[in-house]
Design a protein around this ligand. Structure first.
Ligand code: PEP
Length: 236
């Protein structure tokens, strides 16, 4: 199965980073990886043009509304118009910093699907536990988001304490939580949180792909990490 690598630039990058990406990845053909880059909104159209199907383009967020008087929001119809095929929904930073809850996130999933944009839905977890209660909470979250009935959705498990901290869960934790999500949803499930050059191989091996923040803003390092992980796929 093709592994997904999602690059979340967050509020970083500019036109020059789009150009760096294309110069680094232009000759990189690898059937085992699909790369999806999620730059800030104003860069989407140019990214789509410059990447020209070599790299897919996704947004980092979308409005839960269709259109109208919602200053500062961006609709899924506009995202589709500028060539977005993916959107990250419910990122931990959206929950923690912008007050998004399961209902808002579910509305965003539904509206993205309606516009043929594939949502990359983040599953939130605050603690380190993988006991029965913790796993049950994950299943409940998947159900509240409607993921047990969804198709054409990518699920991303992102423990809050692993995002941008350089702390990653042990591989067994990742395996257990990803399997719980897969059993609850039957959807491809990726991992995100402090993926780096040293841990990328192991994390890619046990997942359907990765959501990468910090390292994805260093195009050459990111490229080298993906290349080495692909070489070692299956051998970790
Ligand atoms: C993220 O923003 O989704 C993320 C995983 O960030 P980082 O890789 O920097 O931890």
């Amino acid at each position: 199965m093709t592994k997904l690598i999602v690059a979340n630039w967050k509020m970083n990058g500019g036109v020059s980073m789009i150009n760096e990406y294309i110069s680094v990845f232009v000759d990189y053909v690898n059937d085992s990886i699909k790369l999806i880059v999620c730059p800030p909104y104003p860069l989407l159209q140019q990214a789509r043009k410059i990447f020209n199907n070599t790299i897919a383009v996704g947004a980092q967020n979308c409005s839960q509304q269709t259109y109208g008087a919602f200053t500062g929001e961006v609709s899924c119809s506009l995202l589709k118009e500028v060539g977005c095929d993916f959107v990250i929904v419910g990122h931990t930073e959206r929950r923690v910093l912008f007050g998004e809850n399961n209902q808002i996130i579910k509305n965003k999933i539904d509206i993205a699907i309606k516009h043929q944009i594939q949502p990359i839905v983040c599953i939130y977890k605050e603690d380190h536990s993988t006991d029965a209660k913790a796993l049950n909470n994950i299943v409940n979250q998947c159900q509240e988001l409607g993921l047990h009935n969804a198709n054409d959705v990518i699920v991303a498990y992102e423990p809050k304490w692993a995002i941008g901290t350089n702390i990653t869960p042990d591989i067994n934790h990742v395996k257990v939580v990803l399997n719980t999500i897969r059993q609850a949803t039957s959807l491809p499930t990726i991992y995100g949180g402090s993926v780096n050059m040293d841990n990328i191989g192991k994390l890619l091996d046990v997942s359907d792909g990765l959501l990468v923040g910090g390292m994805s803003t260093k195009p050459y390092v990111f490229y080298k990490a993906i290349k080495s992980a692909c070489k070692n796929l299956g051998s970790n």
